[in-house]
Design a protein around this ligand. Structure first.
Ligand code: AMP
Length: 399
């Protein structure tokens, strides 16, 4: 069975064509600058390499048409006809409380997703554009929606309620939802296999550390708390997002800087985080280089990030009465060995005993165990694979 996985942003569209039976990625690519001058499709197959198509894409429907043309192209493609695509899996950022698992896409469920747009005004409309584009071009192919929030719907009330009047929850839908659920779920599944324990007894802390970062407490395979909240702004400071702070800062900033709601949103989402602290970059590679060269603000950004991740690990160990495994994933978690070391140093009270030499020399892009063999808490680096997770859910639901 071949599944096309589609992940739409407001001006981008990422895709992978996955053969579920062999787990092979047959092709993948990215459409950039949709609706903007300079649109480009980069398409890759394992045996035919990479090709770029520079052509104006006026909307997501046009982009999907170009993707399908690239997939069936006899020189660059991976399949001989569109009929070989058995199903399409779409990533949707926000499923609110309505979706606690992946679902087959129907007109009725799309209406519900549209109602949730208020909760994710930047993301859900783009995800919906991708779905409508695929439906227009492939009306008879079954499609599945996989939600970033779904994995966290198992959180208990005490973890998802904020200290606001209860009506803020019941009438305004303000609660912790959590994000990156597909990634947390994927690495949890892998960690449970690696732990060799009864799944129901496992206590795992998954650290998805990338441009956006979130940390999740997973007990018995279920999310019981996560650092992102009502929006992906909460939690640790990120590339450009501020993360946790005193909520009174919002109105103070508005007063002092004369910002309106859009202005303060941009300040907290785009100008803050490690970029804001360092004034250098949101990219941890640049920050590492700058810190090594003596830039104190870059060093402060890195240590603030590490300190906050460590605090979440400690609080989730408390929430679960201990921890059996800590998992690192995503761009920083998988690649930034120094950051892993900074986070993991001084967690011996929890029973974390890391082989720091191996942490520095272990292979990249593979699942590795960086804790010592007799460490009470195992520490894993597990490359995330959200697309494979989406493809699997899609195949399972359409079969
Ligand atoms: P993601 O959002 O998961 O794609 O992660 C992107 C982030 O990962 C980038 O902003 C970088 O800061 C970080 N990253 C990727 N590769 C490395 C690396 N080799 N060393 C340090 N950070 C990295």
């Amino acid at each position: 069975m071949k599944v096309l996985v589609v992940n739409c942003g407001s001006s981008s569209l990422k895709y992978q064509l996955i053969d579920i039976d062999t787990k092979n990625v047959l092709a993948k690519g990215l459409c950039e600058r949709i609706g903007i001058d300079g649109s480009m499709l980069t398409h890759k197959t394992p045996d035919k390499g990479s090709v770029e198509y520079k052509e104006y894409m006026k909307d997501h429907t046009y982009a999907i048409r170009m993707v399908l043309a690239a997939l069936v192209d006899k020189d660059t493609g991976a399949i001989s006809s569109m009929d070989e695509i058995d199903a399409v899996g779409h990533r949707i950022v926000h499923g609110g409380e309505k979706f606690s698992q992946s679902v087959v896409i129907t007109d009725e469920m799309l209406r519900v997703v549209e109602e949730l747009t208020e909760l994710a005004p930047l993301h859900n409309p783009a995800n919906l554009m991708g779905i409508h584009a695929c439906k227009a071009i492939m009306p008879n192919v079954p499609m599945v929606a996989v939600f970033d929030t779904a994995f966290h719907q198992t959180m208990p009330e005490e973890a998802y309620l904020y200290g606001l009047p209860y009506e803020a929850y019941t009438e305004l839908m303000i609660r912790r939802y959590g994000f990156h659920g597909t990634s947390h779920k994927y690495v949890t599944g892998r960690a449970i296999e690696m732990l060799n324990m009864d799944a129901a007894d496992t206590r795992i802390i998954t650290c998805h550390l990338g441009n956006g970062s979130s940390i999740t407490a997973v007990k018995g395979g279920q999310s019981i708390d996560t650092s992102m909240g009502f929006t992906p702004l909460e939690g640790v400071p990120m590339g450009t997002r501020c993360g946790d702070m005193d909520p009174a800062i919002v109105t103070y900033l508005m007063d002092k800087l004369g910002l309106d709601t859009a202005g303060v949103n941009a300040y907290m989402n785009k100008k803050s985080g490690v970029l804001g602290i360092s004034g250098v970059s949101s990219d941890f590679r640049d920050l590492g280089d700058a810190a090594k060269a003596g830039n104190k603000r870059a060093a402060a950004a890195l240590s603030t990030f590490a300190y906050n991740v460590k605090k979440y690990i400690g609080s989730y160990a408390a929430a679960m009465n201990g921890v059996d495994a800590i998992v690192f994933t995503a761009g920083i978690g998988e690649n930034d060995r120094t950051m892993r070391e900074t986070i993991l140093k001084g967690l011996d009270y929890l029973g974390v005993d890391v082989d720091f030499d191996y942490n520095m020399s272990c292979p990249r892009g593979e699942e590795v165990v960086i804790s010592k063999p007799d460490s009470k808490v195992k520490v894993f680096v597990i490359p995330t694979d959200e697309e494979m997770m989406i493809a699997h859910d899609t195949a399972r639901l359409v079969k």
